[in-house]
Design a protein around this ligand. Structure first.
Ligand code: HEC
Ligand code: HEC
Length: 306
């Protein structure tokens, strides 16, 4: 039933927007836009996020404001977007008047009562079921007879190296803020052990336009399926992965809360020293995190006839 809710435009006030309007399966549940149109053409203030393995992430949204999928539950309907459906009691009433929901709620919960909590529950169960683990990288890790190209191998070694530093932030099974730990540096990385909630400031703006969690710190996003989820960053400013890597080598701004990983001992900006070929190799490695079975899995596709 969560799947039906996710794809149902009835969740918006005037039946024009569904969760799936901004979270497309073929794009790993991102939508390919820098910011997205919501209810009555209003725009989201941030880039629509991919949804992948959310159950193993303890920081959700660009500013890490939610710690679990169950906590976010109805929050997406209420405030992260514009669906015009802020009144959850009205939503319950509306769904009660929709023929197929009475039956679906009965099957899922044993009776036909439709409540905001049940709507949340069903939606979060569906979102929690969205998992990806069939990328080339996963298969290689499990020894399932796939091989990396030379370029991919070079890229992987760089990704995990002290030179490129990628894996010091994009870590763990999801290549995001390390699973289960809010402070990705364990308190030792020069930040005094403060609770960073898996966020960092990577020097996108000298003066942050959007503060994120505060001072321009944003969630360290997962890099799974990253080839499908552009444009990139919280505001969708970069169209390609090449542009992202160019940022790390020559775009970092000397902003006040710049992450210590991008500074030298004197506190000056120290960009990553990567050659064009090395950047190409890293992009090739990122391609191995793409999971094509996930984007085609009928389990996550629309239950509505087009
Ligand atoms: C109008 C576009 C839009 C619609 C509709 C929409 N979203 Fe989102 N979604 C976004 C944006 C933008 C973000 C990032 C928001 C932020 O960080 O402030 C996001 C973030 C998320 C995240 C966090 C992912 C992560 O890894 O941190 C989840 C989960 C999510 N949405 C689920 C949903 C669900 C469920 C619905 C329907 C109830 C929905 N979205 C409807 C645009 C949309
Ligand atoms: C200090 C921690 C840190 C390091 C080191 C780091 N990143 Fe990031 N990365 C982030 C954060 C935080 C964001 C999101 C920033 C934002 O949107 O404001 C991000 C965003 C990205 C994105 C865009 C993701 C999206 O969904 O839009 C890509 C791709 C990426 N990084 C790749 C890399 C690669 C490759 C490396 C190594 C060369 C690297 N990062 C090194 C913290 C880091």
């Amino acid at each position: 039933m969560g799947r039906v809710l996710f794809y149902d435009k009835k969740l918006s006030l005037n039946n024009t927007i569904a969760c799936a309007s901004c979270h497309h399966q073929d794009k790993a549940f991102a939508d390919g836009l820098a910011v997205s149109p919501g209810f009555e053409g209003r725009q989201t203030s941030r880039n629509s996020m991919a949804i992948l393995n959310p159950i193993t992430q303890n920081n959700l949204f660009w500013d890490s404001r939610s710690q679990s999928i169950h906590d976010l539950s109805l929050r997406p309907v209420q405030n992260h977007i514009e669906m015009g459906m802020e009144d959850v009691d009205f939503l319950s009433k509306k769904l009660s008047e929709t023929s197929y929901y009475t039956q679906l709620f009965k099957e899922a919960f044993g009776d036909t009562q439709i409540t905001p909590d049940r709507i949340s529950d069903a939606l979060s169960q569906f979102i929690a079921s969205i998992t990806t683990s069939q990328s080339k990288f996963d298969k290689l890790s499990r020894g399932e007879g796939v091989a990396f190209t030379e370029l991919e191998k070079v890229g992987m070694n760089l990704f995990f190296s002290a030179k490129a530093k990628c894996s010091s932030c994009h870590a763990g099974g999801n290549f995001s803020a390390p699973d289960g730990i809010f402070d990705p540096y364990g308190g030792g990385g020069g930040n005094g052990g403060e609770d960073l909630r898996g966020t960092a400031n990577i020097g996108l703006d000298l003066i942050p336009v959007d503060a994120g969690l505060g001072e321009g710190k944003f969630k360290i996003p997962s890099l799974r399926n990253i080839t499908l989820t552009g444009p990139y960053m919280h505001d969708g400013r970069f169209k390609t992965l090449e542009e992202v890597l160019d940022h790390y080598t020559n775009g970092i701004k000397a902003t006040a809360s710049l992450d210590p990983k991008f500074k030298d001992e004197a506190g000056r900006v120290k960009p990553l020293a990567l050659s064009p070929l090395e950047k190409k190799a890293i992009v090739a490695f990122l391609g191995t995190l793409q999971d094509d079975s996930f984007t085609k899995d009928p389990k996550f596709s629309t239950p509505f006839r087009k």
